[in-house]
Design a protein around this ligand. Structure first.
Ligand SMILES: C[S@@+](CC[C@H](N)C(=O)[O-])C[C@H]1O[C@@H](n2cnc3c(N)ncnc32)[C@H](O)[C@@H]1O
Length: 256
């Protein structure tokens, strides 16, 4: 069924033209005009056998790389020339993902790190070291444009943000196996200029919610129907103002 998509899951009251679509992101992005998106904020599956609903996270190496090439190529086409992409990847993907993106035309900018303080000291370490970080690759399409800066804005290339857990409440309650903290998404987007945010792998919808709360337009795809519906409802039911303190977003004119 998912191969027939994308299916628009209904308007969001605050942004009738934007929202989340159920279906494969490569097919979905094919319907977006060239240069319509300012920011990609996303995390593709890592292909590590995670227990997703309606999605097999165990592809062969070749299939997985070919799939990443397809979605990164579409994301590049729909990106405005001034656009930036944040892609959260697993550490084993990191080493080939950057090269793949550069082959497509993306310019590599920087490696950012999300540190998860609450994951320490939990389950017994199964490898050599515990995995308490995630890597965020930052790419841009064309010429560099200034970032947004404000008083108290986070400019470090690392972010200490508690990972969602099932025993937490509110935005930090874990509803999806690979859920970002909302605070991480808010910090990334608050510094990044551009009005249209795309997440091809929307999952719980945290990245899209951050876009909405910051007054940006948002567009997402999700392959699992139940996950997409839950994200749609989460997005609909959460309205600004922001649920947490976030540095003021200044316009480019204000910092020029
Ligand atoms: C790593 S998770 C993203 C989690 C998300 N960042 C969050 O905070 O909840 C990847 C998501 O992509 C979805 N997915 C996998 N393949 C997809 C595809 N081809 N098109 C759209 N979504 C896909 C999975 O169902 C999963 O929900």
């Amino acid at each position: 069924m998912a191969t027939l998509g994308p299916y628009y899951l209904g308007p969001d009251t605050a942004h009738p033209a934007h929202g989340i679509y159920y279906g494969d992101c490569v097919r979905g992005m094919a319907k977006i005009p060239d240069g319509a998106v300012d920011i990609v904020l996303t995390s593709p599956p890592y292909n590590v056998g995670l227990n997703y609903t309606g999605f097999d996270d165990n592809a062969s190496d070749g299939e997985f790389k070919a799939f990443n090439r397809r979605w990164l190529t579409e994301a590049y086409r729909v990106m405005r020339d001034t656009g930036r992409a944040y892609v959260v990847v697993g550490d084993k993907m990191l080493w080939w993902f950057k090269d793949l993106a550069e082959q497509i035309g993306w310019t590599y900018v920087q490696l950012l790190t999300w540190c998860k303080p609450n994951m320490a000291g939990g389950a017994a370490i199964s490898g050599d070291w515990d995995h308490l970080t995630e890597q965020i690759l930052l790419f841009r399409k064309g010429k560099r444009t200034p970032m947004l800066n404000g008083e108290g804005v986070n400019t470090h290339n690392w972010f200490v943000e508690t990972a969602p857990q099932s025993n937490f409440n509110g935005h930090q309650r874990k509803r999806h196996p690979a859920q970002w903290p909302l605070g991480l998404c808010l910090k990334l987007l608050a510094r990044t200029p551009g009005s249209v945010v795309l997440d091809p792998f929307a999952g719980s919808g945290q990245g899209l919610l951050a876009a909405k709360l910051l007054g940006r337009q948002y567009l997402g795809f999700e392959l699992s129907l139940s996950v997409a519906i839950e994200a749609r409802d989460y997005l609909r039911n959460t309205q600004p103002p922001l649920p947490m303190a976030i540095p003021e977003q200044l316009s480019l004119e204000a910092i020029a």
